[in-house]
Design a protein around this ligand. Sequence first.
Ligand SMILES: Cc1ncc(COP(=O)(O)O)c(C=O)c1O
Length: 392
Amino acid sequence: MNDPPAGAIYLDNAATSFPKPDCVYAAADIYMRAMGVAFGRGSHSGTSDAARLVAQCRQRLARILDAESGDRVAFTFNCTDGLNLLLRGVLRTGDRVVTSTLEHNSVLRPLQQLKSELNLDLVHVDFDARTGLVDVPAFTQELHRMQPRLAVLNHASNVTGVVQPIKKISAAAHDSGALLMLDAAQTVGHIPFSVRDLNVDMLASAGHKGLLGPLGTGIVYVREGLEGEVLPIRCGGTGTDSESLVQPSVMPTRFESGNLNMPGLAGLNAAAEWILQQSVDGLHAQISQLATQLSDALREISGVRLFGGAAVQNVGIVSFSMDGIDSQDVAAVLDQSFQIRCRAGLHCAPLVHKTLGTIPAGGTVRLSPGPFTVQADVEKAVEAVTQLAASL
Ligand SMILES: Cc1ncc(COP(=O)(O)O)c(C=O)c1O
């Protein structure tokens, strides 16, 4: 098993998962040392090995997503890249969009930018600070009032970890004629779900969080038959149809211009195999149990306020603030005095903190266990917060 360096406890898996399974390091290393080729760009046997690896990776990710086939998965360089690709590809001048205050800046900022470029009509529906759940009646009402082209929703908040009721939202979105796009940065690989069962039109996610691949990897899923609606924002060489001056119309090459991050994808492919062996369900149960222990113990400490409510489903994120101390200072003490690595602040989701009322506290302190977190790590984190609370 992998150990974080020099005894540090890594509880920042919501930012990026660490450590990765050993097979991920090995696969990326082997790719760079022994394979090294550019996918789709050589006339030798090495390129067919690379093509096999990429196809295998798509198929494994399609199994994790329960997508129609591996071809529905296109590779990006992170979740933000995928969100930009989809938002810019789908939206047209004057479109109406319904989204929420749960969103990460990776959705908020592209939408704000597109609002000024395309004169979008944009609405952010709020969530319930007590439960962490988006206000479904208000979201539905906006969908019916605006008849938008697109609804965009965070699948699980990176601040609270609360998983949103996507089935209800997708039914309401489709009822109003809208497409539904998910920011699934915190759910793919974290919780078992099916894009077909949820009836999602598009999603973007990171390869380096719950999917346990290297940084610099991400994915988008586009439902079968929808790719024509998503204009390719990045055009160029795909290694296919080279005689054509026009960008391919088919998935996944439509969205994959330029060389792919092959060492990253080799790692992601190994990670996806590892996840399928463990099962997403099993990993979720293991991480949830640690997160529940953590939140139950922190709730007992005087001066600690927890956020996220008693969620029906949580991806394993524990967010809290402490009376009398800024969240950034809490993280600094955890790091410097206890070697506990976490993240504090707004977590790139400013509107969430407006609703939670956590701006004066400097946002929240976020502890996010991963597949290699052990019970002793949780106990040390609780002890550290207990000591800090006692010293205030
Ligand atoms: C909900 C959410 N969306 C988007 C992102 C952006 O992901 P990436 O860093 O892979 O671009 C994150 C990252 O923390 C996130 O939590």
